[in-house]
Design a protein around this ligand. Structure first.
Ligand code: GDP
Ligand code: MG
Length: 624
């Protein structure tokens, strides 16, 4: 067996630039799939409602969701066999997630490759994710093959975009392969370049077994299937292996290659990429970036491992408290198939028993919630998303991801040295006419260190407008709510956006609580920046006064930071039926469903002396 016939590569691209289409063409050209199989995945994906709700188009959606929906659709990792001058080559295409929520996983998948095809749409040009994935690939020392796609489009501007790639990536225009993944034009040249330009992996059959786990998916019957790149040694069925990071031991029950479906093989040799099944019960056991070795003979692990880190947290509660066991069961079952969600129990005076879930990002959160609602027929209340704040005491640091646990003003002034919040380095690419709007957007979301430059260096007199790349530091908490929607609407959909974690920065954060008749409602606590206390306080008390039914007495609704009352509304005493027409149109469907289920027996939550129905929580939480 010789490594030198193997090539391990990825396709990296901004969403919609044609990654899936090119992958399909490569699989077809090498005879790995037949033409008619194309599009199978899309049909599954198009059914998801999250698509409509987030306004994501079909093609874009599959790129976004493939890594998340591992329970439904596998990643597009596949092995192909391609002969050149009678010599068989094994080309392993390694799939990478296509969304910023998963940028760390992109980096791990690329660690299994020696090269990458950098795909850029010849009509759209370089976009935010083209740049971020390029940097990841470059840092990993991968051989990058630049490819211009969609040259068949009338709007394609291959010369201009090639110049853009030269100025952005330092690409030699002579190296750029021009293709149409749709028609197949130029794709054979891509295959040839993979063999000619990407170095083969290295490794030895004599060295102790070392395999790199770069992806996993959940199979209903066999449990977790892990995708691995073997570095050294030979991996066979029956081998006893161990995870370097969890120390757990497993017996390999099946090995094989993805061709493109799982195809059993007797063994995997160094340099090869394939799958193993080994009685892992939960996806969370398959740590992306982990190193597998023979049980009892540990090896040096692949460097740079860190477990998937939740960046957005939210509490999930049943609408009917009695439904908690059912809800928890559904959450657990779903979490089995999603390696990156974290689950903890949480209880709230206002909402009862629930779970606190950690997600990689807001898209991840939306998809999980959608699946929970659709597949498990659950009605749920999801609290406002929170990022993990760092509270620095004199002798220790504590991460707080639940506003109820955030220190109050008294504790802050007496014991806390500093509070920090996670920030990201954001980049936005936008046509110049929207530049002002994007600057406003960044400033209103507490952006710092703004800088910008033109993407088309030195190009003048082109018919279409120039594009600008804007970089800044943004607090993560500012982009977990409405940032993305505003970005899209204020740029008429033209802006592309990406971000990477950029550590923590000190910040003047406060805990805001809401009082009903002078009693705080724990489930409504928020962590906000001090500069926004007026704005947010007013907004929320206005929302609350609308959704809480009137009582037999007047009820003050207050927003408070420490002892200071920031905003106040008064809920007038009960007159007639005031619940009719209280709820906004977009929750109407849901409300109808809720009401049907409850058949009139509307359960009130007692909040001190004030009754706050679960529906009011539902309404408040769903209009963030
Ligand atoms: P991905 O998000 O990068 O995986 O992109 P897809 O492969 O899903 O492609 C996005 C959209 O672009 C789809 O509608 C494709 O049919 C289309 N597309 C991909 N490649 C080409 C091409 O070479 N020419 C044209 N005209 N359309 C293409
Ligand atoms: Mg795709």
């Amino acid at each position: 067996f010789a490594c030198d016939v193997i090539r391990n590569f990825s396709i990296i691209a901004h969403i919609d630039h044609g990654k899936s289409t090119l992958a399909d063409r490569l699989l077809e050209l090498t005879g790995t799939i037949k033409k008619k199989e194309i599009g199978k995945n899309e049909q599954v994906l198009d059914k998801l409602k999250v698509e409509r709700e987030r306004g994501i188009t079909g093609a874009c959606l599959s790129a976004l969701l493939l890594p998340i929906l591992t329970g439904i659709v596998k990643a597009q990792t596949a092995s192909m066999v391609h002969s050149v001058n009678g010599r068989r080559h094994i080309l392993n295409l390694i799939d990478t997630p296509g969304h910023v929520d998963f940028s760390w996983e992109v980096s791990r998948s690329l660690a299994a490759c020696q090269g990458a095809l950098l795909l850029v749409d010849a009509s759209q040009g370089v976009q935010a994710q083209s740049i971020s994935v390029f940097h990841i690939a470059q840092e990993r020392g991968l051989k990058i093959i630049p490819v211009l796609n969609k040259i068949d489009l009338p709007a394609a501007q291959p010369e201009r975009i090639a110049a853009q790639m030269q100025s952005t990536f330092g690409t030699d225009p002579a190296d750029i392969i021009r293709i149409s993944a749709k028609t197949g034009q130029g794709v054979d040249e891509v295959l040839q370049a993979i063999i000619d330009r990407i170095p083969p992996p290295t490794g030895s059959t004599e060295d102790p077994l070392k395999a790199f786990l770069f992806d996993s998916f959940y199979d209903r019957y066999r449990g977790v299937i892990s995708l691995v790149a073997v570095q050294n040694g030979v991996l066979k069925k029956g081998d006893r292996i161990a995870s370097y990071h969890t120390r757990k031991k497993y017996e390999v029950t099946e090995v094989g290659i993805m061709h493109p479906e799982e195809t059993p093989a007797t063994s995997l040799y160094p340099g090869q990429v394939g799958y193993i099944a080994c009685n892992m019960k939960e996806s969370s056991e398959a740590h992306i970036g982990d190193t597998l070795h023979r049980s009892g003979s540990p090896v040096d692990p692949m460097p740079g491992f860190k477990p998937a880190k939740a960046m957005v947290y939210a509490g999930i509660f049943p609408v009917e408290s009695n439904d908690f066991p059912k809800l928890e069961e559904s959450i657990k079952r779903l979490a089995l198939t999603d390696r990156s969600v974290t689950v903890q129990r949480e209880s709230s005076t206002a909402l009862g028993q629930g779970c606190r879930l950690g997600f990689l990002g807001t898209l991840h959160m939306d998809v999980f919630r959608q699946r929970l609602e659709d597949e498990h027929d659950q009605n749920l209340i999801i609290t406002a998303p929170t990022v993990p704040y760092k509270v620095v005491y004199k002798d220790r640091e504590v991460f707080v991801s639940n506003p109820t646990e955030f220190p109050d003003a008294l504790e802050v002034s007496s014991k806390v040295k500093e509070i920090q919040e996670p920030v990201v380095r954001a980049s936005i690419i936008v046509p110049e006419e929207y530049f002002g709007d994007m600057m406003d957007l960044c400033f209103s979301h507490r952006g710092q260190d703004l800088e910008h430059r033109y993407l088309d260096a030195g190009t003048t007199g082109t018919s279409s407008s120039s594009r600008i790349i804007l970089n800044c530091i943004l607090p993560l908490s500012e982009i977990v709510t409405d940032f993305f929607d505003q970005l899209k609407s204020r740029s008429s959909g033209f802006a592309s956006f990406d971000y990477e974690e950029a550590g923590y920065r000190p910040s003047d954060l406060v805990k805001m609580v809401f009082l009903l008749n002078s009693k705080p409602v724990d489930a409504l606590a928020l962590v906000i920046h001090r500069s926004k206390e007026d704005e947010i306080g007013r907004l929320w008390v206005k929302k609350l006064v609308k959704v809480i039914p009137r009582q037999q007495f007047e009820v003050p609704i207050q927003a408070a930071v420490g002892k200071k009352i920031i905003a106040r509304e008064t809920l007038k005493a009960y007159r007639a039926d005031v619940t009719g027409g209280l709820y906004g149109g977009h929750v109407e469907r849901k409300m109808k469903q809720l009401e049907l289920q409850k058949e009139g027996k509307r359960r009130m939550k007692r909040m001190g002396t004030v009754e706050m129905p679960q529906e009011a929580f539902f309404e408040i939480m769903s209009t963030n």
